[in-house]
Design a binder for this molecule. Sequence first.
Ligand SMILES: Cc1ncc(COP(=O)(O)O)c(C=O)c1O
Length: 372
Amino acid sequence: MIENLKVRFFDYPLQFKKYEKKYMEVIKRTFEKGAYILGEDLEVFEKNLAKFVGAKYAIGVGNCTDALLLSLLAAGIGPGDEVISVSHTFIATIEVIKFVGATPVFVDISDDHNMNVDLVEAVITPRTKAVFPVSLNGRICGNIDKLVKIAKRHNLLVIEDAAQSLGAIYKGKGAGTFGLAGCFSFYPAKLLGSFGDAGAVVTDDKKFAEKVRMLRNHGKGEGADIKLWGLNCRMDNVHAAILNFKLKKLPEWIKRRRKIAKIYNDELSDIKELKLPPTSAEHDDHYDVFQNYEIEGERRDELVTYLKSKGIEVSLPWGGKGVHQFNALGLAKVRLSRTEELFKKVMMLPLYPEIKKEHVKYVIDYIHKFYK
Ligand SMILES: Cc1ncc(COP(=O)(O)O)c(C=O)c1O
């Protein structure tokens, strides 16, 4: 057994080093052109991203939080409205609902850690205007097709938080393309990460796309005319230029993520104290892209401490709490039994394209040792 390795949860410098020369070329070219805001690189990236995702339009924004917020604003959701989502998500999904003056309504999750679509109909009220399914860990929310049907029946909009699932597929359709809009994050640790914040909205709806485009740039249409109240939520052109380069690499990085996930799945499946994510074989309904490798484990806190003592960094999603469990947010009355059970056991193992197989093996060996 190998000893004394240091396994980082994520390794930004390693990722930078691999294509350092290319990144510096892209940055230099953009800076030399003096193209900083709403430049040609952004237009090209928007076209490339829309094509990659399988949507008609993509609009680059400052981050995924902007993408979610502008989608709500463009959809006209505001005070008095209710939006259905989950608590096992990053705070951004829910904070934007609060910030437009609407009320978040929570449903519990399924065993794949995403929204349990079968619970949605029971919480729909005359005030419900939209559903925010979140596709976590690189897996599209299971039965999202069923959710879209439920939403249609009740005249609700579907806006996907696809921050963690760029490139994931469910029944032949890409993440972000199931409802009115899909929102993506290019935060550095994401599947397609920039060197700072960036995000995007994708949609097939021309009017909605135009509105998001105006909202992200102070409500401006073509030229300087102000068409509506807007904000500054633009994606920087230099990020778009970097993302244009990285998008070409994404399919290869996804393959690598799937390979590492398979190694974890194959080699940890005999530990009965662990619950692993689905395998996602090529022919499945789901093609998962493993933004994270999220497991449930008995004696989780002890395991985390043990792995840390062996030089292995692991992470608890959102610091170990669902949105409704942060006391300051005033959501204490919300009860979600599966979500609450999950947060007693959940943790994420290191998984990124650059991680060495030797490091993955090291993590696996010590998890085995712990449960023996
Ligand atoms: C599920 C989810 N939604 C939204 C966001 C927000 O993305 P951003 O940091 O780009 O605003 C994130 C980022 O961590 C996320 O994981």
